[in-house]
Design a protein around this ligand. Structure first.
Ligand code: NAD
Ligand code: ZN
Length: 353
């Protein structure tokens, strides 16, 4: 679990106070990985406390993080600085936060990031790392994984060293998120709740967090009386609780299939989950009904026919990636999931998308 967290509008201003005691020496810099959407945005960047050898890298979130990108960043950091960094600070959405988590693990573990995609493969503790979300929903700020696309699979570095040592939750940082993206990433949280709450892995720990996040999502996406600021505050906490819920259970059908879309078509996580979830009435009837209400209410049009021009090979790869995520299927459908989820079944579902 994340050991330290600050919450509040404007709490981003505490960044210097929070990290300075962790500085190891004047040659051991803090590395800031910042979503390049903030390049030229002085409201945010002027408040990043750079001193000594500290370095800010702007990173595009147009594509999801790759293992090769983590390796390149780690190499650059090692070659640029005299000493191992004091810490890595990720400022952005799930893409940047996962990169920050992965870079901090790979700075202390030999080899390539692709070798650590899996569970509990990292041997050494990561360097100090801080997460500062600027968009809410993924739960990446609280989770035990850094999701990466590698040469063979999309799978996270899941380990006790992956979670952030410190998170700063400042809902004000999310104020300029574009409407569609707000919906897609917000729905990631909603889908985490549905998949966790309806899963066979559910226990009282994950249920208590899942129910809270689900309640918040209903207020945010369906109520009229809620103000913009309240929405930002509540979605940031929904994301946190949704992440906590899946930490002790699992996600389900939408995530398994969305990973297939991401691997073959590069479809990003939030929108990919929405595209899949829209067609999952048979698995999550109530959840999908409410999702369609939310979609309608916010005037969201999802892309259609994204799988219509796939070659046979591409379709098979997509199906194999989805089927490879056994724990997700087992959580969704129980131990005998393979009786219902066949290649043909997945093909017929993907063909509708
Ligand atoms: P993202 O980080 O990919 O960002 C989406 C878009 O929003 C980008 O264009 C980004 O530039 C923009 N953006 C972010 N903050 C903004 C702001 N304040 N103002 C304006 N634009 C802003 O989005 P995401 O949905 O948060 O993250 C998706 C990634 O998270 C995927 O790579 C997925 O695999 C990963 N993920 C990780 C976990 C985990 O537990 N580690 C869980 C779910 C998803
Ligand atoms: Zn998700």
């Amino acid at each position: 679990m994340v050991s330290k967290v600050v919450f509040g509008r404007g709490s981003f201003n505490q960044l210097s106070e929070v990290i300075e005691p962790k500085r190891l020496s004047s040659n051991a810099p803090f590395i800031f990985l910042v979503d390049d959407v903030f390049k030229g945005n002085a409201w945010l960047t002027a408040r990043i406390p750079l001193s000594y050898d500290d370095k800010l890298y702007y990173i595009s979130a147009d594509e999801e993080p790759k293992t090769s990108q983590v390796d390149e960043l780690v190499e650059r950091i090692i070659l640029t600085h005299k000493e191992r960094p004091s810490g890595v600070i990720g400022i952005g959405g799930g893409t940047i936060m996962d990169l920050a988590k992965a870079v901090s693990v790979m700075l202390t573990n030999d080899g390539e990031a692709k070798d650590y995609q899996g569970w509990d493969l990292a041997k050494n503790p990561a360097i100090y790392h801080v997460g500062i979300p600027t968009i809410s929903g993924t739960g990446a700020e609280v989770s035990r994984t850094a999701v990466l696309t590698g040469p063979l699979k999309k799978l996270g570095i899941n380990s006790d060293y992956t979670p952030f040592d410190q998170v700063i939750l400042d809902p004000e940082l999310t104020k300029d998120v574009p409407k569609n993206q707000w919906f897609y990433t917000g729905m990631d949280c909603y889908i985490h709740c549905i998949e966790s709450l309806q899963g066979t892995y559910l226990n009282a720990f994950s249920q208590s967090y899942g129910e809270k996040a689900f309640e918040l999502c209903k207020q945010i996406f369906l109520e009229d009386t809620i103000s913009e600021e309240e929405m930002q505050d509540k979605l940031m906490m929904a994301s946190w609780h949704g992440g906590m819920s899946i930490a002790y259970s699992q996600v389900g059908v939408a995530h398994a299939m969305s990973y297939g879309l991401a691997f073959v078509l590069g479809t990003k996580h939030g929108i990919g989950n929405c595209i899949v979830f829209d067609h999952l009435e048979e698995f999550y009837p109530d959840g999908v009904k409410l999702f369609k209400e939310m979609k309608e209410r916010h005037g969201i049009q999802l892309p259609q026919g994204i799988c219509s021009n796939l070659s046979n090979d591409e379709m098979n790869t997509m199906i194999d990636v989805a089927l490879g995520l056994a724990p997700l299927w087992e959580n969704a459908l129980g131990k005998n999931w393979q009786k219902t989820i066949t290649k043909d079944k997945l093909k017929s579902l993907y063909s509708k998308m």
